[in-house]
Design a protein around this ligand. Structure first.
Ligand code: NI
Ligand code: MN
Length: 226
């Protein structure tokens, strides 16, 4: 299994038979190395409804027919746009043909702002535990630090964790270091930084300070083989 970081919270996972995009925020992120018209996922996983996570989901899924897995309200909203969706919610897991998805808690908001500036409530935000080919990836989504991360770390053998470090909208680096201690992943990759002026961070500083597991910065477009 291969995990590729494409900026912000966008992580691509390639398994032997599947291409999975988590939070495909592409056209709105000038730092992203992808072209929303060129990607070909068969699965899109969404952590929550914010526009910097839903991103280009509707256009990509309409073009590719990708299955969109999302928290209930968001999945329902996207199904009304004609997408092929699967609704889940926190604490729930499901075994798909591409792997197992479990939604964890995330301490954040979840709404989608449409083109008419309506703020649409999208239920609870989540993090995602994804397992396939004997490996487990934790994508924390957008979240502040919360104590139950210790349980997530105790109950799962996490090979690779993507943790937000941007501060302001999510955990900052200091809290993310505590999160890394609790999650106990082998490899910790920082995400959700530098995209906006309010979330500028030095990811190398964070990665060097990771005490539990190995901190590793993935440049945009860089991948890790698990
Ligand atoms: Ni958010
Ligand atoms: Mn965000």
């Amino acid at each position: 299994m291969k995990a590729i970081f494409h900026g912000h919270a966008l992580v691509e996972i390639q398994t032997e038979h599947h291409n999975i995009l988590i939070d495909p925020f592409i056209s709105g992120n000038e730092l992203c190395d992808l072209d929303a018209n060129q990607v070909n996922p068969d699965v899109i996983l969404l952590t929550h409804g914010h526009n910097d996570h839903v991103g280009d989901t509707v256009e990509i899924a309409k073009r590719t027919g990708a299955l969109v897995v999302a928290p209930f309200e968001l999945a329902t909203y996207l199904s009304f746009q004609g997408l092929n969706t699967h609704a889940m919610n926190i604490g729930g897991s499901n075994e798909f043909d591409f792997g197992c998805v479990k939604y964890t808690k995330a301490f954040h908001g979840s709404s989608y702002i449409d083109e008419n500036k309506n703020i649409i409530y999208m239920g609870m935000p989540g993090g995602i535990l994804f397992s396939a080919e004997g490996k487990t990836i934790y994508h924390a989504g957008d979240t502040g630090l919360f104590g139950d991360m210790q349980w997530i770390g105790d109950l799962n053998e996490i090979d690779l964790a993507f943790l937000p470090i941007g501060d302001n909208l999510t955990m900052g680096p200091e809290d993310a270091l505590l999160a890394a201690d609790w999650i106990k992943a082998d490899i910790v990759v920082p995400i959700h930084y530098d995209t906006f002026p309010t979330i500028k961070q030095d990811p190398y500083n964070f990665a060097k300070d990771v005490r539990t597991g190995t901190g590793k910065v993935l440049k945009i477009g860089e991948s890790l083989e698990l």
